[in-house]
Design a protein around this ligand. Structure first.
Ligand code: NOJ
Ligand code: CA
Length: 519
């Protein structure tokens, strides 16, 4: 179990393009993040995850890295980022960068050399090449006709993202290197070199993109990819014992055993997490009407067991080895405000931020920013609607940038009632101030932090969901109906409530849309 600074960590995810622009070019920058550190701290967040900010042609918003050791000029300089680490540390805020280990941009120097006609060279096997100029592989996506060398190459995501070569668990063709081939090991060592570079400059660890994607033809248990991460973990333990890693994997039993401190619980394939906030099929047409999420007041057939059935076995299996990270949203997911009202969001956040593990708040979700209907930008497709500029106040461009509106990275929410930080600061019951109050509660009560034990006490359909965290009991009633439930709460006192909820003997009375924490 991690003994690090994670026990009371609450993360804030920043999509740097859209957070705060200090030089009026319409794009958020490092100086903008530095200026807003006090705001982030005021929320109760004490750690950051910044989406990829490295040099890139931005065909996938920076997940197509062309230089792992140099930041994209649009955000500032490497020195600005080092200063951001320093300033954040002075305020007690840790900073994770986004590590993209599975692929680079096709414009990365390694790929330029790897694809050249001048073969072999140091980077020939840095990527996965077949042995034919036209033929591919029927199990992995490949690109033909782009390279100088007469071979096709495997991609990891978009066409612009050739897969780095960590080898195959069980090679089937001569061009498939085994994991212990020196060139596959060289890729892993190059990854460590990148990690050391940023850790030496003050970063505190990494969010790891597509963490399960490294070794090809891996087995169900991801034993090949896991072996690589365990090797990386050994390096961290020896050289950077305070560094942490959170995986985009969404399989905590595998990810946490592979050496990760935390694994995101994502909405992959529907799943338990999706049933809480995003229970709609697809966002084609961006029609939110069909939503049946647990936190939707009028959900039909509301059932917390859809979440618990997946979550509880994972939690039981991993509670002693690492953390499951619950999140409000991320840059790949429709914002929860897409279907939920600010009142519904208060309850959803109260739940997310009182669960075990290490929670993540996506920038703007604290004020209930909307999911916007925007055309695709930098490979965002439907994700673009969750990447619009942060809404600070009612001045030009909602305070995001002094630039002209048409130079902005993405347009700001055009609605007359677009939520802003400034407006919500003034309202004690705003979503913003509710998030602050919930996070104050979490920081004040060790039982509510990462390690406090979790146990459902009442998960019957139609009742409020009641759960224990350490010696505390919490309950949420997302429905519009007043509900009462008998639970072992006799003698306990409320330390926090949303809406009307109270204890009478061993009965909890909860008005529609309420939450309570008892001690
Ligand atoms: C997951 C990232 O979160 C997403 O934004 C990106 O497009 C893919 N990985 C590819 O790197
Ligand atoms: Ca800027």
């Amino acid at each position: 179990m991690s003994n690090k600074w994670l026990k009371d960590a609450v993360f804030y995810e920043i999509y740097p393009q859209s957070f705060y622009d200090t030089n009026a070019d319409g794009i958020g920058d490092f100086n903008g993040i530095i200026e807003k550190l006090d705001y982030i701290k005021s929320l109760g967040c004490n750690a950051l995850w910044i989406n990829p900010c490295y040099d890139s042609p931005f065909r996938d918003a920076g997940y197509d890295v062309c230089d792992y050791k140099k930041v994209a000029p649009r955000y500032g300089t490497n020195n600005d980022l080092y200063r951001l680490f320093d300033e954040a540390h002075k305020k007690g805020i840790h900073v994770l960068l986004d590590l993209v280990p599975g692929h680079t941009s096709e414009e990365h120097e390694w790929f330029r050399k790897s694809q050249s006609a001048d073969q072999p060279n140091e980077f020939s096997n840095r990527y996965i090449w077949t042995d034919g100029w036209f033929a591919g592989c029927n199990r992995l996506p490949y690109i033909a006709g782009e390279a100088e060398r007469p071979a096709t190459y495997i991609i990891n995501f978009f066409k612009c993202q050739p897969a780095l070569n960590y080898g195959f668990l069980k090679p089937e063709e001569p061009w498939q290197l085994p994991m212990d081939h020196p060139d596959a090991i060289a890729t892993r060592e190059a990854l460590k070199d990148v990690m050391r570079f940023w850790l030496d400059h003050g970063c505190d660890g990494f969010r790891v993109d597509m963490a399960s994607s490294l070794v090809k033809y891996d087995d169900e248990k991801k034993s090949g990819t896991s072996a690589i991460w365990r090797n990386v973990r050994e390096m961290l333990d020896a050289e950077y014992p305070d560094a942490v890693m959170v995986s985009e994997w969404s399989d905590p039993p595998l990810a946490l055993r592979a050496g990760y401190d935390m694994d995101f619980y994502l909405n992959h394939n529907g799943g338990g997490y999706a049933s809480l906030l995003r229970d709609y099929d697809r966002i084609i047409g961006r029609n939110a009407d069909s939503d049946n999420s647990y936190f939707h007041r009028d959900a039909k057939d509301r059932d917390i067991n859809r979440f618990l059935r997946e979550y509880l076995p994972w939690y039981q299996d991993t509670k002693d080895i690492g953390y499951i990270s619950m999140l409000t949203c991320n840059h790949d997911t429709p914002r929860p405000r897409f279907t939920l009202t600010p009142e519904e969001l208060k309850l959803a956040y109260a739940f997310i931020f009182t669960m075990p593990g290490v929670p993540f708040l996506y920038y703007g979700d604290e004020i209930g920013m909307r999911y916007l209907n925007l055309p695709t930008k930098e490979g965002g497709y439907f994700r673009t609607g969750s990447r619009s500029p942060m809404q600070w106040d009612n001045t030009r461009n909602l305070g995001f940038s002094q630039g002209c509106a048409d130079t902005l990275y993405l347009p700001v929410d055009p609605a007359d009632d677009a939520p802003t930080v400034a407006a919500q600061e003034a309202d004690p019951h705003s979503l913003l101030n509710t998030v602050r109050a919930i996070l104050r509660l979490r920081h004040a009560e060790p039982d509510l932090q990462a390690d406090g034990a979790f146990e459902p006490l009442c998960n019957r359909k139609g009742d409020p969901f009641v759960y224990r965290r350490g010696s505390m009991i919490l309950a949420v009633n997302p429905s519009g109906d007043t509900l009462s439930v008998q639970v072992p709460v006799a003698g306990m006192k409320p330390v926090f409530t949303l809406g009307e909820a109270r204890v009478e003997g061993s009965v909890l009375h909860m008005a529609g849309q309420s939450f309570i924490a008892l001690k």
